[in-house]
Design a protein around this ligand. Structure first.
Ligand SMILES: [Zn+2]
Length: 537
């Protein structure tokens, strides 16, 4: 017999076999039991969590020859045909490849006639959000006055794209990501039944990489079994899926927390030797930073964290070891590293440096703490020890990263910058600069155009980008700043410094830069580091 992929072979045929979607399946069963079935259902949720499977089971429950029942028999012609997608009364339409109005017209035509053999004519429309506007309108007409022998089951991965007029006519069912423990247990069960030996750590690595999708988990298991046969090794899972087992991630992050650079480099080396692909590795680390932040905010929450219970203590230790600010810094650097690795000739080298930078980032002091110390006249007491570790938790809400250039650091105090009178009124500087760049440097002009705000005041040009323009922010911050400073200085015959900020678009744009505060100036002189993190209450 031909090999059948696991997702297909193990596809549930009864509601009780659907893993991790009990709220949905129980509600549907109750509706059947009490004869309160809607004529249209909308199943939403990420891919691979059981939407189409549940739609087929519901169709089978509706049409089972043993009678309308909360659990289809799985044996009768109707049940078997529906399971193999060959039932004439259950039509599956993939809206992704039939987006137009014609496919819906066909449905409207066929709705007029009763079911060929079974109780109901059931239409399962997958990826329904892909339908064109015209097709949705046509579908709406059918949903408005459906014949009693027709049921619609619409499924979508993008609920927000479904018009309200459609959604309001359907009974809504939200499919959640499947809990880690449920996927892990199901994989163990399947391995047992299939005669595959798999260590728990390997199975957990597969479950963890699946991110709540059973279909992804099963297709990963397929690949691993095809590679290693009946005996799965953890190393094979890492090689094939780039999936890191949680212990490796924990030990690596421990290296960052304890500033143990040697162990950090060794862990990375052993991970790379196992054949883990750099991108998967960084993604996993980014996920871990998110998990640590979640733990810090809500504690151990199974649904939000979706992690094996055995790493609970480690996660708790690490969440305690980092401040929220640390975690945000680490997260941002990792996201940036992930992007930069795509264009880097040697991604591993880049990754190595990024990991070492992570250690330095966690050693940076908290600006709020520092300001309060400076303000209370304790600035001189900011010793190296407080620089290394005295980072208090902050109730921060916005972050902006500014990079004072070497030039800026030399030119202090800031207030003296621009003291020389400029030939242009301040209000005209930005306009003049943009006009000049439009003619001389179109690339730079285009990037600056993406800024949310550009202001010029007292020898300082402040450029503010929203998070959605991160690329342009980095481009300018990463090397084009000097060019702008030079151009602008020449244009107004006066020294100009440029400050580039990145802000969360939801935040207010500050009109004057906080780094102009005298206390911050003191701080900048005390610690001329690359990252200045602004903290607001
Ligand atoms: Zn049946």
């Amino acid at each position: 017999m031909a090999y059948q992929v696991l997702a297909r072979k193990w596809r549930p045929k009864r509601f009780s076999e659907v893993v991790g979607q009990e709220p949905v399946t129980l509600t549907l069963q109750n509706a059947i039991r009490h004869d309160r079935l809607a004529h249209a259902f909308l199943f939403s949720g990420v891919r691979g969590v059981g939407k189409t499977t549940t739609a087929r089971i519901l169709a089978a429950a509706l049409n089972c020859h043993q009678g309308l029942s909360p659990e289809p028999c799985g044996e009768c012609d109707s049940c078997r045909e529906i399971a193999s997608s060959s039932c004439v009364d259950v039509l599956e339409i993939d809206a992704a490849s039939n987006t137009g109005i014609d496919s819906i017209r066909e449905i409207r035509e066929s709705v007029r006639y009763g079911a060929a053999r079974d109780r109901f004519k059931v239409f399962i429309i997958d990826e329904v959000h892909m339908l064109s506007k015209g097709a949705f309108n046509a579908l709406l007409k059918t949903l408005e006055e459906p014949p009693s022998h027709v049921k619609f089951i619409l499924a979508t991965t993008e609920y927000h794209k479904i018009p309200d007029t459609i959604a309001s006519r359907c009974q809504d069912f939200e499919f959640k990501r499947i809990p880690f423990s449920a996927i892990s247990q199901h994989l163990q069960l399947i391995c047992g039944e299939e005669g595959v030996q798999a260590p728990e750590v390997a199975v957990q690595a597969i479950a963890s990489a699946a991110q709540g999708s059973m279909r992804d988990a099963l297709s990963s298991l397929d690949r691993v079994v095809a590679f290693s046969g009946d005996k799965i090794r953890t190393r094979d899972v890492q090689t094939l899926l780039g999936a890191l087992d949680d212990d490796l991630v924990i030990s690596l992050v421990k290296g960052i927390l304890e500033k143990d650079r040697t162990s950090l480099l060794r862990s990375l080396s052993s991970i790379t030797q196992a054949g883990v692909e750099p991108h998967s590795f960084v993604s996993r680390l980014i996920q871990h930073m998110r998990d640590l932040m979640v733990y810090k905010v809500v504690g151990w929450d199974e649904e939000l964290l979706n992690l094996p219970d055995r790493i609970r203590d480690d996660l708790s230790d690490q969440a305690e070891g980092f401040t929220r600010l640390d975690l945000i810094r680490l997260y941002q650097l990792l996201v940036r590293t992930d992007e930069e690795m795509k264009i880097h000739a040697n991604p591993f080298l880049h990754l190595e440096m990024a990991l070492l930078t992570l250690v330095e980032l966690t050693a940076l002091p908290d600006l709020e703490e520092t300001i309060s110390q400076l303000g209370s006249g304790r600035g001189d007491k900011l010793t190296d020890a407080s620089y290394q570790g005295a980072i208090k938790e902050s109730s921060k809400s916005t972050i902006s990263i500014a990079t004072p250039s070497d030039k800026e650091k030399k030119m202090e105090p800031r207030a003296s910058i621009g003291a020389k009178e400029s030939v242009l009124p301040e209000s005209e500087v930005v306009k003049a600069l943009m006009g000049h760049l439009r003619k001389t440097n179109m690339g730079l002009h285009a990037s600056l155009e993406r800024a949310q705000q550009m202001t010029y005041e007292k020898g300082r040009l402040t450029v503010v980008f929203g998070l959605d323009s991160g690329f342009h922010y980095r481009m300018i911050d990463g090397g084009m700043k000097e060019k702008i400073e030079m151009t602008c200085s020449r244009l107004i015959s006066s020294n100009v410094t440029v400050q580039v900020d990145l802000i969360d678009s939801g935040d207010q744009v500050e009109t004057s830069s906080p780094t102009e505060e005298p206390a911050v100036q003191d701080f900048l002189r005390a610690f001329p580091g690359k990252y200045v993190v602004e903290v607001e209450n």
